[in-house]
Design a protein around this ligand. Structure first.
Ligand code: PMP
Ligand code: GLN
Length: 388
């Protein structure tokens, strides 16, 4: 048999699957892979159940159910004062992951350079390579993870076709400032490029911060594909319902890629997400404040256990720097040891880099029941000595 596709032949299994497997093997508390352990909003679940039983269960329209596309447009207006034409500028996808795949496949011609910020969500680079693109990395480092003009200037070139911008940024838990976004906009415009904006954590920003979509900056309306995920906004990560907002010239091409990837997304889930996006402002505010309280709970416990805790401005995640623990090994070794010795699993942040990784930062997920966080912190406090 001839060799199969080299991009995939060279890839390992995603770190989330590996660490969740290790957690199962050692019966450890899994603060690795980012998923909430609650049930999700009861009313949204009920709409999904009722429309499954009483509604249409055949192919919905390729662009998505009108009610969900209208709800996405209304959401963009409510939160970001954006006027969006739901028919020409909104498409539903099977999760943000499919939205990313469709966007990258629609934008990239073989040989195009795509700017990617490290640390990155691990789906980006294989998708870029599979489409024939060449990733160019902008490297951020702990503890500030700041985007600078110098780093962007080194990555952008006349061959830049697009940037993938994840804001709020998993795993660094950064929410980029307006000044950083203005820099990105300047480079995108300067290169006559596109921005694929992964904003799945748009409603998970803390301490009174406001999420600013790149698409709302001057000059960016026609250059951005803004991607959202019901998984994060309704704490239902298994649903895999995503949505893209973008100018018709961009979105129409993304729709062509989407029609031959998944084509559609289960209709009852679309109806439930349409209902959910219409929930009152209180729901969205409580999602952020509830998650912020969990961040603080875990942060206090990790600090008390002796960890150096980094700032978490958004997302589901909180990072610690293990350099000061005296552990003789890198972040991956630390995560393995912590799973085996303390019974708590986290994710090594070096997995989110392709080159020159940060090797002393470990990511914990805090979107868990308080009792689970408390038990994890007890275990860590009791056994940090054994881990380190
Ligand atoms: N982008 C980022 C940054 C993520 O953390 C996730 C979560 N898995 C995704 C995309 C994928 O979202 P979805 O589950 O909707 O495909
Ligand atoms: N986004 C999740 C995380 O960062 C994991 C998604 C996955 O398992 N593919 O933990």
């Amino acid at each position: 048999m001839k060799p199969l596709n080299s991009t995939y032949a060279q890839l390992g299994t995603t770190v989330f699957e590996v660490m969740s497997g290790l957690a199962r093997e050692h019966r450890a508390i899994n603060l690795g892979q980012g998923f909430p352990d609650g049930r999700g909003p009861e009313d949204v679940l009920r709409v999904a159940a009722e429309t499954l039983l009483d509604g249409w269960n055949q192919y919905p329209p390729m662009m998505g159910l009108p009610e969900l596309r209208q709800a996405v447009a209304a959401h963009e207006k409510r939160f970001y004062s954006l006027d969006v034409d739901w028919q020409a500028e909104v498409m539903v996808t099977s999760g943000a992951t499919e939205a990313l795949a469709a966007s990258l496949f629609a934008v990239i011609e073989p040989g195009d350079e795509i700017v990617v910020i490290q640390p990155f969500y691990d789906a980006y680079v294989p998708l870029i390579r599979r489409a024939g693109g060449v990733p160019r990395f902008v490297t951020l480092t702990a503890p500030d993870w700041t985007l600078t003009r110098e780093a962007l200037a080194a990555a952008f070139s006349p061959r830049t076709k697009a940037i993938v911008l994840n804001n709020p940024l998993n795993p660094a838990a950064r929410v980029f400032s307006r000044a950083e976004l203005e820099l990105v906009a300047e480079f995108v415009e300067g290169a006559d490029a596109v921005a694929i904006c992964d904003e799945v954590y748009e409603h998970l920003v803390f301490d009174g911060r406001r999420h600013i979509p790149l698409l709302t900056l001057p000059g960016m309306r026609g250059r951005c594909l803004k991607i959202g995920s019901a998984g994060k906004t309704f704490s239902l990560t298994g649903w895999k319902v995503g949505y893209i907002t973008g100018a018709p010239e961009l979105l129409s091409l993304v729709a062509k890629a989407h029609q031959f990837l998944t084509f559609t997304t289960p209709p009852n889930l679309q109806s439930a997400v349409a209902y959910g996006l219409g929930k009152d402002d209180g729901y969205f505010a409580a999602l952020a404040t509830g998650m912020q309280a969990k961040r603080d709970r875990l942060g206090a416990g990790l600090r008390a256990a002796g960890f150096e805790v980094l700032d978490s401005q958004g997302t589901y995640f909180l990072n610690v720097d293990i350099a000061s623990t005296g552990f003789d090994g890198d972040d991956l070794a630390f995560c393995r040891r912590m799973t085996e010795a303390a019974g708590v699993t986290a994710i090594p942040v070096s997995a989110f880099y392709e080159r020159d990784p940060v090797r002393t930062v470990v990511r914990f997920c805090f979107c868990k029941e308080d009792s689970v966080l408390d038990e994890a912190m007890d275990r860590l406090a009791r056994q940090l000595a054994k881990v380190a």
